[in-house]
Design a protein around this ligand. Structure first.
Ligand SMILES: *Cc1c(COP(=O)(O)O)cnc(C)c1O
Length: 408
């Protein structure tokens, strides 16, 4: 069967050059970087070379990079570390309603431990308004954490501008760049950030490894693990040497020829958006029409369940995502789609296509071809339909919250 992978926002295939370096490392470089002998030194060297590559890819200095077990740990570490180290200055944390769970749940947990939390709303594109951030800052604010590019709707936030505001007010600023790194230019100076998260498996690297950028001089200490002195006392535990080597290589590849790769992804994305909005009824684009990830096309289809679409598409060989965090396992409508103002029944019909370098316009044509009959079948058995939607609500579901309606 023809197999098409349209789920690169959730994870990416490992680049062959990354796999090769990791294999070499696993095979020939087994030492513990903490050991002082030859074997340890070789492993230490591999880790430090990877650190240089990651630092170079985001415009940082190597000592500012801390390797972690992934984006989730880096986000937890960033937020916990700043919160507990700066309690004497204040207890107020600002974040948004469209963060990844590893940020929003961490901030909410701190809210139960004596910290005061502001969760900012977003506009109907899922974008944070810098003026809302400025207004929310108080004398007690110690941290702002705002996602760079959203994993569910692709919207890119004005992070550089928010960073400028945070700096003016002397508040630490963290951004989750797991989605943007390798797809947009991510530079810690241009973005005015103090802390920044990346993840290996979103950039054609391995799973279970990521990094936190920690600007020199930021008052932060490690709060998650008790243990050894690895990573300059910032992350205890023997380093995941092959994973770190893979992350280093993936980071190097992620920024080489970035503009050309992003332009190719954007061509497939724009073709998909045009074909899908032009081919089906009662479908809307979610997220910002232009300020969005170059590989991201996300939609809500009315009168149909996202999960049913996903499973039907999978039977035809096409891998997509739906709903919460573009991950399954939750029947709750996505917090991101609710935050952009979609009613729950519309949010349930979400479908997210995220492209990679191997995807082509022909793949999109195949998607459109198989999606037609799937939609028809699922809508025929749906308890919701056009008639009841109009009668119950006295308004068109497609227009209600939509910024783009092609039907009326
Ligand atoms: C994938 C992702 C994470 C989590 O990274 P893991 O390495 O899977 O733990 C965090 N934030 C965003 C925006 C992501 O896309």
């Amino acid at each position: 069967m023809r197999r098409i992978y349209f789920d690169h926002g959730v994870t990416t295939p490992v680049h062959p050059l990354v796999a090769e370096e990791m294999y070499r490392c696993l095979k020939d470089n087994f030492g513990n970087p903490s050991s002082l002998h030859h074997f340890g030194n070789r492993a230490r060297k591999a880790v430090e070379e990877a650190r240089e590559k990651v630092a170079a890819a985001i415009g940082a200095n190597p000592p500012e990079i801390v390797f972690t077990s992934g984006g989730t740990e880096a986000n937890n570490m960033a937020i916990h570390g700043i919160a507990y180290t700066n309690q004497h200055r204040g207890n107020h944390i600002i974040t948004t309603a469209v963060e990844h769970h590893s940020v929003i749940n961490t901030v909410k947990a701190l809210g139960k431990q004596g910290f005061t939390v502001t969760i900012l709303p977003v506009d109907s594109y899922g974008m944070v308004r810098p003026e809302d951030v400025a207004r929310a800052i108080t004398d007690r604010t110690i941290l702002i954490s705002i996602i760079h590019a959203n994993n569910e709707i692709g919207t890119v936030n004005p992070v550089a501008e928010i960073g400028r505001i945070a700096r003016e007010k002397g508040v630490y600023f963290h951004t989750d760049a797991c989605q943007s790194f390798g797809r947009l230019r991510v530079n810690v100076e241009e973005l005015n950030v103090d802390l920044l998260t990346i993840s290996g498996h979103k950039i054609h690297g391995p799973k279970g490894v990521g990094a936190l950028y920690l600007r020199k001089g930021v008052r932060w200490r490690q709060t998650l693990f008790h243990g050894g002195a690895q990573e300059r006392l910032r992350r205890a535990g023997t380093e995941n040497v092959p994973g770190i080597v893979g992350l280093g290589k993936a980071a190097e590849l992620a920024v080489s020829d970035l503009e050309a790769r992003a332009a190719q992804l954007a061509r497939v994305r724009d073709y998909a958006i045009k074909r899908i909005l032009g081919s089906f009824k009662h479908v809307r684009l979610t997220g910002h029409p232009t300020a969005r990830l170059p590989n991201h096309a996300s939609f809500c289809f009315d009168f149909v369940e996202g999960e049913s679409m996903l499973l039907s598409l999978d039977l035809k060989g096409i891998a997509t995502s739906s709903g919460s965090a573009c991950t399954s396992g939750s029947l709750e409508p996505s917090h991101v789609l609710l935050a952009i103002g979609l009613p729950p029944e519309v949010a349930h019909g979400s479908l997210c296509l995220t492209f990679g370098p191997e995807n082509t316009e022909a793949d999109v044509d195949y998607f459109v071809e198989v999606m037609g009959p799937i939609l028809e079948r699922l809508r025929a058995i749906s308890p919701l339909d056009e008639e009841t939607a109009y009668a119950d609500r006295n308004e068109c579901l497609s227009c209600r919250a939509a910024d783009i309606c092609r039907h009326h």
